[in-house]
Design a protein around this ligand. Sequence first.
Ligand code: MN
Ligand code: MN
Length: 465
Amino acid sequence: MKAEELKQKLMRNKTTGWVGLQEDEKNKIFAYCEHYIQFMNDSKTEREIVKNAKALAEEYGFHDISTMQDLKAGDKIYWNNRGKSIYLAVIGKENIEDGIKIVGAHGDSPRLDLKPNPLYEEDGLAFFKTHYYGGIKKYQWTTIPLAIHGVIVKSNGEKVEINIGEKLEDPIFTITDLLPHLAAEQMERKLKDGIKGEDLNLLIGTIPYEENIAEAVKLNILNLLNERYNITEIDFTSSEIELVPAFQARSSGFDKSMVAAYGQDDKVCVYTSLTALLKLEIPNKTAVCIISDKEEIGSMGNTGMESHVFDTFLSEILNKLGINRPNLLEKVFCNSQMLSADVDAAYDPIYANVYEKNNSGYLGRGIGLNKYTGAKGKSGASDANAEFVAQIRHIFEEANIKYEVAELGKVDTGGGGTIAYILANKGVDVIDCGVPVLSMHAPYEITSKFDIYEAFKAYYAFWRA
Ligand code: MN
Ligand code: MN
């Protein structure tokens, strides 16, 4: 056998997915990503993504599970958990006792949250104080256009939705940084201390309400907010307001092969899994799609994956199928499988020294599988069983889906985690499976359109198999 032929037969394929792609397949990728880009522009926060996911699901015949008397194969349902996380399911033909198939992503992304007492004035400038959410490099959040999204709930329960900075006619907001001329001391600091947490104050106004009174600019801002939203300063106490990049999601590169967008961790996996679920006909095993919240800060709280609300959703399904009995849910979990749909760090040749080339995810080589995550000796990892990895590989290979297997960086260089361990602890077979991202957690993240479409195909194939 010729060496080239033998190589084809024995060695792992490491080529980019763009080579040898049929023209119609390429057109499908680009068309799909146009919809993705639109979705990203309308879904910058966890509340917005849940709202849009719910609306899309309803268009495709999904119903709130609380409105269903009983359930049968083919029924499509969701549980909206406080507007911040949502679980969707298509009931399958097989006995649910034999397990379900879950794809779970998260809708929250790193950002800056307003503090509960955000508004202050100093030397004629009014600011909002922030507390960052998730793992950010603070310096990346200064001198970029920011938009304000969120809710203020007044003590009478009335909810005011805020969304300002996205429309062209809206003002944007920004956090200042020091001019280089005066930054000698700042530039000597370590990068992580260049901008400190308490420096992340959003500039919001400069016009005083009246001359010669204290806090006149702050008062003017409050007056404007009162006119526009009918709120007072104390109403910030019961608010969840997030600062997100005001950038639009866009195609990137001369070849338009990439998507640049805020929050692709993990909204790229939300969109690809959700659209795969919507396309699904009656599956054999019940298909469940999770859009969770609070992943970026440890999955705690009643909208995070650590909460038992998801279990309650599944119990409701068992109740309404009329088959529930003690410990059935535990048994269902033990027979179930899950793709933990979260993004993967894409190899970046500019920072090659933190990656191990043979075990990295690459842009354009398909969906990335992470057998385990964790840090320093796999600590904290949910390590997928070889038998299960083989089944997933088989599904992907049968469906002609391009995948690669990766680790997050070099050994002992860093690490990370996802929601995989939470479901694995309940007995589910889980593997991390998502889209590789460049500049993860930055205000603008980069993905490959090839990988996005491959993720959509992969989640669909998993549910269909
Ligand atoms: Mn993530
Ligand atoms: Mn993340």
